[in-house]
Design a protein around this ligand. Structure first.
Ligand code: GNR
Ligand code: NI
Length: 172
């Protein structure tokens, strides 16, 4: 198990469309374990593979609140089957957009078909935070970030802030 580096905005990789996984094998399972560990270490509730620089359609998630009751979830090649027309608003954040939060409207419920950690096909009916988080993660697979739903002005202010932060912390 290895904690990997989470890529932050602005980074072109985050805009890449991720590719379907051919088979859930050892390598993919190892990546999922690393992603889960990386997500827990960063105190996140979800993580898409592209956030650690790997353009594959893999998501890990754990929305459980209690530290000693972990409920890890793994989604490979997820497809949204059904979206409720009724919208819900959540204050979202993203490990790839550090320290920035904004309200986003998304379908309040959805059904997702995917392969689990063992490569078995599953269907999940999600609502509440789970539904929001799945849709946030599935956006990552398409190169979409939650800031893309904000006004141009808000988005560009956030990107400007993050790029300044990057140039001040990474370069001498
Ligand atoms: O940790 C996260 N919290 C969160 C809160 C509201 C809506 C979505 C999320 S996902 C985010 C982790 C992350 O960046 N996943 O891609
Ligand atoms: Ni995110």
């Amino acid at each position: 198990m290895t904690i990997r580096t989470i890529i932050t905005e602005p980074d072109k990789l985050l805009r890449q469309v991720s590719k379907p996984v051919g088979k859930v094998g050892k390598k993919e399972q190892e990546l999922m374990t690393d992603m889960l560990e990386t997500m827990y270490a960063a105190n996140g509730i979800g993580l898409a593979a592209i956030q650690v620089g790997i353009p594959q359609r893999i998501i890990v998630m754990d929305i459980s609140k209690e530290e000693n009751k972990k409920e890890p979830r793994f989604f490979v090649n997820p497809i949204i089957k059904n979206k409720d027309p009724y919208k819900a608003t959540y204050e979202e954040g993203c490990l790839s957009v550090p320290n920035q939060f904004a309200e986003v409207d998304r379908p309040s419920k959805c059904e997702v078909e995917y392969l689990d950690y063992n490569g078995n096909k599953q269907l999940l009916k999600a609502e509440g935070l789970l539904a929001t988080c799945i849709q946030h993660e599935m956006d990552h697979l398409e190169g979409i970030l939650f800031i893309d739903y904000l006004s141009k002005l808000k988005r560009s202010m956030i990107i400007k802030k993050l790029s300044k932060l990057k140039s001040s912390t990474l370069e001498v």
